[in-house]
Design a protein around this ligand. Sequence first.
Ligand code: AMP
Length: 216
Amino acid sequence: MKVVFLGPPGAGKGTQAVDLAREFGIAHISTGDMLRSEIKAGTELGKLAQSYIDDGNLVPDEVAVDIIRHRLEKDDARNGYILDGFPRTVPQAEMLEKMLDEMGTALDRAIYLEASEPVIIARLSGRRICRECGKIYHIENMPSRSAGICDLCGGELYQRPDDQEDAIRQRLRVYKEKTADLIQWYYDKNLLTRVDADILREDTYKELSELFKELQ
Ligand code: AMP
C-alpha cells in the first residue's frame, strides 16, 4: 500500500499517519521529521534546511526529492508507506511518479485531509512536540499528563519555531501558492480521495482506517 497524504499544515497528517502506519504495518515517511532530525544532528543538510523551515518556506525540490529517494530504498518501505509532507509541489509529484515508475511501481491513493483555516491555526499554535521521541501533543485537545513533559519518554515538550504565528501565516501562504495545486493534479490522475479533517481526530481516523482496509 503506497499512499500520499495531502492537505494544509495542521490538517493532522502526521498524527493520523503515525497511528495508521502502526495499525497497517507500513512505514510512516515524513520529510519534515527527517529534516528536523538532520537539524538536530547538526549535519550539512540540516544547516541548509534550517532557515527555510524556521521561516515557513519550502526547502528546494531537489533536496526533498533526494531524501525521499534514499528513504524509499530502505527495507521497511517494501511493505508500503504513507508519505506525509511529500510531495509538496507539482514538480515533486512528477519526480515521485517517475521514481516509482523506475522502481516498477506506482501510488495507490492520494488522500486529501481537508481542514478549514480557523481549525488549522488553532491546531498549529497549540501544538507541542517531544524533543526526544517526536510524539505530538496539543495544549488543549491532547495535553500531556504533566505539563511540558512527554507521557511516553519523559522528554521535554517544545513548540516548533515554525508553529509561531508569523511562520504559520507564511506556511499557509506557501501551501496555497505551491501545494494546493496537487489536489487537482492527483484528481486528474484519478487517485484523489477527500477526507474531512475538521472533525474530531478519532472520527477522521475511523474514515481513514476504513479506506486503508479497502486499499489492502
Ligand atoms: P512538516 O513537518 O511536514 O510541516 O514540514 C516542516 C517543514 O519542512 C516545511 O515547512 C518545509 O520547510 C520542510 N519540508 C518538509 N517536507 C518538504 C517537502 N516535501 N518539500 C519542501 N520542503 C519540505
